[in-house]
Design a protein around this ligand. Structure first.
Ligand code: ZN
Length: 252
């Protein structure tokens, strides 16, 4: 039985696929595998923590979050500026009736299911049974994001939220609409309720289908993960073999 406590266990990360794990494989197979094995942890930036603070508020676990992250307070015991911003985002969101309505489903609902022959796990931020799946996202802003090799993409696609939508919809199993309840960390926070259109979900599902056998084989140790040679993990574990012409490999 998968619970909030065991959700990110090494054992369950190995057993199940999940939305962030799939996206990690898409970015760098070697880093994704190192993360699963517990050999590598993605950096916890202040910016990420601000998002987690807002998440924790809506989960009703803010006290626990504050206890686990003492670095968010000054020596005087006051919230640091960035987290006062998180408080501002929260009060802005609470002023909006529709936003709060969508966030008022069952919080943090964990489900497992089978997709393309493999077990998957999902954790829904706000679950409205038989109606919709809502995911809370706190981000820098809502503007398009540059993705190498693809150009400017709507932020939903740039961050793989369409992939997440497909995984959540398929694992939940009732073809429910996937809604992003988004807010920004701008000076004046913006907010939006955005539905991922079904045709975008269908496209994302095809991408998952095309890649998942390979990632499953990597997890099973049948094939070696490819190193991207650009991410933090690859930089940390890089071993030089001698000089190479600067015109090779550094011009991407
Ligand atoms: Zn890498």
């Amino acid at each position: 039985m998968l619970t909030a406590e065991t959700y990110f266990d090494k054992e369950n990360q190995m057993k199940y696929f999940g939305a962030s794990q799939f996206k990690a494989f898409e970015k760098c197979e070697a880093a994704a595998m190192a993360e699963i094995r517990g050999e590598y942890e993605r950096e916890k930036t202040v910016s990420l923590l601000v998002g987690s603070y807002v998440d924790a508020h809506f989960e009703g676990t803010l006290d626990l979050f504050r206890a686990k992250n003492p670095e968010i307070f000054t020596k005087q015991g006051e919230l640091k500026t960035n987290f006062r911003q998180a408080e501002e985002i929260i009060s802005r969101l609470e002023r909006d009736e529709q936003f709060m309505l969508y966030m008022s489903g069952q919080p943090q609902v964990i489900m497992t299911g089978e997709l393309f022959g493999y077990p998957w796990k999902i954790k829904i931020d706000s679950y409205h049974e038989e109606m919709f799946i809502v995911d809370l996202k706190i981000m820098k802003d809502f503007t398009p994001v540059w993705v190498d090799g693809e150009g400017k993409l709507p932020f939903i696609e740039a961050w793989g939220y369409d992939i997440q939508a497909a995984i959540y919809q398929a694992t939940e199993g009732n073809h429910l609409p996937f809604i992003i309840a988004g807010a920004t960390k701008e000076k004046v926070p913006d907010l939006a309720l955005m539905e991922v259109p079904q045709y975008k979900i269908d496209t994302a599902l095809k991408i998952i289908e095309a890649k998942i056998d390979r990632y499953a084989d990597i997890k099973a140790g049948l094939i070696e993960p490819v190193r991207c040679e650009h991410c933090d993990y690859c930089k940390q574990t890089k071993v030089l073999t001698g000089p190479v012409p600067y015109t090779e490999g550094y011009d991407e």
